[in-house]
Design a protein around this ligand. Structure first.
Ligand code: UT7
Length: 339
C-alpha cells in the first residue's frame, strides 16, 4: 500500500515498527462526586457533557518523570525489551518536572542508557502522534536504530480546581513505546498528517515566562486556561477534516480501519468525529470514562487498554489522531504488529 504526503505529494516512507508498549496511571482516583464537593458541578452534568466518570491524580510528590518511569517498567515487564541500545529518546509532555534537564535526559540517566540523543517535544494533546512521526523520521535518516517514545502529562498539577469548566476534565498518565527499524525494511506506518491553526491558540493555553501573552484573554498564573466551546468547535470541524485527509492519503476508507484511536478529550468529541468521518462508534477506542483527558498520554492509554484485553490484535490497522493546544493536530495510520 502506498500513501502520499499532503504537504508535497511525495510518497510516504516508513521503515519503523513499534516493538513494545507500556502505560501507567496513578493509583489515586478523583471521582465526579469528589469534584462536586469542590466546585458547583455534579456527576450527571460531567457524564452527559464529557463521558468522564473518574480520573487518576498523581500524588503531591509524584511527577511526570515518575509516571514515565512506571510506564517504561510496565513495558519492560511485559515485553522484556532491551533499552541498552536505545539511541534516541523523545518525550512528549506539556508538564515536565523541569524544563531542563528534559524528561528524556532524566530517563536516560534513570535507565542507564549508554549513548543516546534526548529531546522533549511539546505539542500538547498531539504530542504522542507527533513524536511517532518524528521517531519515524529519525529511523529513516539512518542515524538511529531504536527510539524510545514517551508521552506523559500530569495535567492535574496545572489545573485550576476553582474553575469548574476545566477541573472536571483532566487526569494524569503516561505511555511508552519502542520504535525500531523494521528488519525487512517495511515499516508499519502507512501514513501521517499534521496541521496547525495557531490563530486559535488563545482558546487553550498555559503561560510560562510571560503571564499575559498577546491577545490571550486572561493571565494564567501557571494554570491551564480553556475556552471549551471554541476548542470543541475546532476539534469537530478542522480535526475531522484532518482525519479524512489522512485516510484519503492512505487510499483507505473508514471501514478499512480496525481501530480509530483519537485523543480522548471528551466522549462527545469522539462521537462527533466518528459521525463526521464515517467511523462506527464501536471502532473508536476510548478510556475517557476511567482516565479523563490525560493530554499526551491519552492515545497510548486508550490503545494499551485494548492491547491488554485483546481487542487490538497483530495485523490490525489503526488510525491514531492527537489534537489540542496549539491548536495543532497530528495523526498516523499504522499496522499493529504486537501480540
Ligand atoms: O485536550 C485539549 C483539548 N480540549 C478539548 O478538546 C475540550 C473541548 N471542549 C469540551 O470538551 C467542552 O466544551 C466542555 C466539556 C469543556 C464544556 O462542555 P460544553 O457542552 O461546551 O459546555 P459549555 O461550556 O457550553 O457550558 C454549558 C453550561 C454553561 O452554563 P450556561 O452559560 O448555559 O448557564 C456552563 O456555565 O454548563 C455550565 N458548566 C457547568 N455546569 C456544571 C460548565 N462547566 C460545568 C460543570 N458543571 N463542570
Amino acid at each position: 500500500m502506498s500513501s502520499f504526503s499532503h504537504h508535497n505529494d511525495q510518497p510516504f516512507v516508513s521503515n519503523s515498527v513499534i516493538t513494545a508498549i507500556g502505560t501507567y496511571v496513578p493509583e489515586r482516583k478523583l471521582t465526579n462526586d469528589d469534584l462536586a464537593a469542590m466546585v458547583d458541578t455534579n456527576d450527571e452534568w460531567i457524564v452527559q457533557r464529557t463521558g468522564i466518570k473518574e480520573r487518576r491524580i498523581a500524588e503531591e510528590n509524584e511527577f511526570t518523570s515518575d509516571l514515565i518511569a512506571r510506564a517504561i517498567d510496565n513495558m519492560l515487564d511485559r515485553y522484556g525489551s532491551d533499552l541498552s541500545d536505545v539511541d534516541y529518546i523523545i518525550a512528549a509532555t506539556s508538564t515536565p518536572d523541569t524544563i531542563f534537564p528534559s524528561m528524556a535526559a532524566s530517563i536516560q540517566a534513570k535507565y542507564h542508557i549508554r549513548q543516546s540523543g534526548s529531546i522533549d517535544i511539546q505539542a500538547a494533546c498531539a504530542g504522542f502522534t507527533a513524536a511517532l512521526q518524528l521517531a519515524n523520521g529519525l529511523l529513516l535518516s539512518g542515524l538511529y536504530r531504536k527510539v524510545l517514545v514517551l508521552a506523559a502529562d500530569a495535567l492535574t498539577k496545572i489545573t485550576d480546581y476553582t474553575d469548574r469548566t476545566t477541573c472536571i476534565l483532566f487526569g494524569d498518565g503516561a505511555g511508552a513505546v519502542l520504535m525500531e527499524r523494521a528488519k525487512d525494511g517495511n515499516g508499519a506506518l502507512l501514513g501521517a498528517y499534521s496541521d496547525t491553526e495557531g490563530e486559535g491558540g488563545k482558546h487553550v493555553y498555559l503561560s510560562n515566562l510571560s503571564p499575559s501573552i498577546g491577545d490571550f484573554p486572561i493571565q494564567t498564573q501557571g494554570k491551564l486556561v480553556q475556552n471549551g466551546r471554541e476548542v470543541y468547535r475546532w476539534a469537530v470541524s478542522r480535526v475531522s477534516e484532518g482525519i479524512r485527509a489522512l485516510l484519503q492519503q492512505c487510499g483507505l476508507q473508514p471501514g478499512d480501519i480496525d481501530w480509530f484511536v483519537p485523543h480522548n478529550a471528551n466522549q462527545r468529541i469522539i462521537d462527533a468525529l466518528c459521525e463526521r468521518v464515517g467511523f462506527r462508534e464501536e471502532q473508536a477506542l476510548s478510556s475517557i470514562a476511567k482516565y479523563g483527558n490525560t493530554s499526551a498520554a491519552s492515545i497510548p492509554l486508550a490503545l494499551d487498554d485494548a492491547v491488554r484485553d485483546g481487542r487490538v490484535k497483530a495485523g490490525h490497522t489503526l488510525l491514531l489522531h492527537g489534537f489540542g493546544g496549539g491548536l495543532t493536530q497530528a495523526g498516523v495510520v499504522l499496522r499493529w504488529q504486537l501480540p
